[in-house]
Design a binder for this molecule. Structure first.
Ligand SMILES: [Zn+2]
Length: 284
């Protein structure tokens, strides 16, 4: 019971959308994440297309059109093969992780298809317990707040929100962060269970563009066990396989400065995840 009460208190720090802000460790936002959103590669593609059209005359344009059509024909089977591979990869990783699916309707707050998926947001629970006990706590709390996945310290994983649904796991962020992260509050998220937390954090949009993962961990009370980190490696690979592209990885305090999660002990891992998608910096 003592542990349960502690969990009840501390879970507020991470997930209750900034209602309990006083207990959080102030932290700078991840300013560098703006460079990770792929804007550079989009610009590069745009300029390449521009130079091609400038070089083309009328006949070249016809040839280019024919080539484009051929490319489309040739690409279609490859894309289908890619999707099939991604799907089998997702199934393989789901099996390896032994994910327990425990979906609950009250945790679903809208639709989030792949066209809206951009971020994987990592959290600390700031409490200890099994993954299923965390999900039970969220349900009993009756506020509709949950992340898609919980990873326990032994590496076991529970999923309580489907990947293509919106979960409430990041709440309101710093005013200006919608623009910074390229997210918008377009009302796909029903917002049930969340309230604004002040003028400094008015932006609401990240839930609609992200998948949330909670790591069972308390800041300042030890490191992240290897089994938990290896499970996170695989879970990120699973999410990448599901969507067919790599989402940008951030932590909760990047969205709302002042949050405690992820904790300072995770800093080196977070850098590794952002560059190699594994905790030890070794790409797969
Ligand atoms: Zn959090």
């Amino acid at each position: 019971m003592k542990r349960l009460r502690r969990m009840t208190t501390l879970l507020g720090v991470c997930l209750v959308a900034g209602i309990v802000v006083g207990g959080c460790t102030p932290a700078a936002s991840v300013g560098g994440s703006g460079s990770l959103r792929g804007g550079g590669s989009v610009a590069a593609e745009g300029s390449a297309a521009g130079s091609l059209s400038q070089a083309s005359g009328p006949h070249d344009a016809i040839d280019a059109g024919a080539i484009a059509a051929l490319d489309t024909l040739l690409a279609t089977p490859m894309q289908a093969a890619q999707r099939a591979w991604d799907s089998s990869q997702e199934a393989r990783l789901r099996s390896q992780l032994g994910i327990v699916e425990d979906y609950r309707d009250e945790f679903v707050h809208g639709e989030k298809g792949s066209e809206h998926q951009r971020y994987i947001v990592l959290h600390d629970t700031e409490s200890l317990g099994s993954a299923s006990s965390i999900v039970e706590f969220w349900d009993n709390n009756n506020r509709g707040i949950a992340a898609h996945f919980v990873i326990a310290q032994d590496g076991s994983v529970v999923q309580c929100v489907p990947l293509d649904k919106i979960a409430h796991h990041v709440g309101f962020g710093d005013t200006g962060h919608n623009e910074f992260f390229g997210t918008t509050d377009e009302s796909r998220d029903d917002k049930v269970g969340t309230t604004p937390i002040g003028s400094w954090a008015r932006d609401y949009g990240m839930n609609s563009y992200s998948v949330g993962i909670e790591l069972v961990h308390v800041g300042g009370q030890g490191g992240y066990p290897e089994a938990q980190l290896e499970a996170l490696d695989r879970l990120i690979a699973l999410i990448d396989a599901h969507y067919g592209f790599e989402s940008e990885i951030i932590d909760h305090k990047a969205w709302r400065s002042g949050n405690s999660d992820t904790s300072p002990e995770f800093a080196v891992y977070l850098k590794n995840y952002q560059s190699s998608r594994t905790h030890d910096g070794v790409g797969e």
